[in-house]
Design a protein around this ligand. Structure first.
Ligand code: PGA
Length: 236
């Protein structure tokens, strides 16, 4: 089953979310799993077709962490998943792989499925260390408590996010193979790997059918029904 995930970042409203869930439920078939990662104020239970998740969770369980939200609090809304280690949170909260692993561990322990994001920056790519950064991103961001099927990896080339740029298809396939081999080496044979960065209705079919691509994580093009619904339809 392919996974199509939308990351709304700091956009949208509850009314737009209801409307999107409604529209998705009318077109999605059993062979796709849809996930929507929305701002904390919109978190709620999804339905059989659409899973709802947060965009991050705290490293801590509770206490004096103003502005932070725990995995247990997210789970209590009915949400079932969370992103961790997204490029923007790595940048803005200065998260390193070890921080991402702590967040992912809290998520798993509280019944949320983390989507652990990894990817190389433009500089890392240009200096030829992109594959190492991604390999270590996986090795260090997956927490020790994780078991197969508990989590999802999203490969998001950080230089391409939100810029309408995508790597060559062969580069995506190559990076996904490296991630797959790393996961197998770590003992995980059943972990979906999503591709994210500038996915749209035109390129989704090509991308989602690449080897070791189990789905896509869509940012900008997940915000509006007229963009996201064709992605779901074209992914088949
Ligand atoms: P984009 O964002 O699809 O707008 O490039 C992807 C993401 O940030 O998850």
């Amino acid at each position: 089953m392919k996974i199509i995930a939308g990351n709304w970042k700091m956009n949208g409203s509850r009314a737009e979310l209801d409307d999107m869930i409604d529209a998705i439920s009318r077109v999605a078939t059993d062979d796709v799993q849809i996930m929507l990662f929305v701002p904390n104020t919109m978190l709620r239970a999804g339905n059989d077709t659409v899973m709802i998740g947060a965009q991050n969770v705290s490293k801590y369980t509770r206490g004096p962490h103003t502005g932070d939200v725990s995995a247990a609090m997210v789970r209590a809304t009915g949400a079932v998943a969370t992103l961790v280690g997204h490029s923007e949170t790595r940048d803005e909260l200065h998260d390193r792989n070890a921080d991402v692993a702590e967040r992912a561990a809290r998520a798993i322990r509280n019944g949320l499925r983390p989507v652990i994001c990894v990817g190389e920056t433009e500089t890392e790519r240009k200096t030829g260390i992109g594959t190492d950064v991604v390999t270590w991103g996986v090795r260090e961001s997956v927490p020790a408590c994780a078991t197969d099927g508990d989590f999802i990896i999203a490969y998001e080339p950080r230089w391409a996010i939100g810029r309408g740029m995508t790597p060559a298809m062969s580069d995506i396939e190559n990076m996904h193979k490296i991630i797959r081999d790393t996961l197998i080496d770590m003992g995980f044979t059943n972990t979906p790997i999503l591709y994210g960065a500038s996915v749209n209705a035109q390129n989704v079919r090509k991308i989602i059918n690449l080897e070791n691509v189990d789905g896509v994580l869509v940012g900008g093009a997940s915000l509006k029904k007229q963009d996201f619904i064709p992605i779901i339809e074209n992914a088949k």
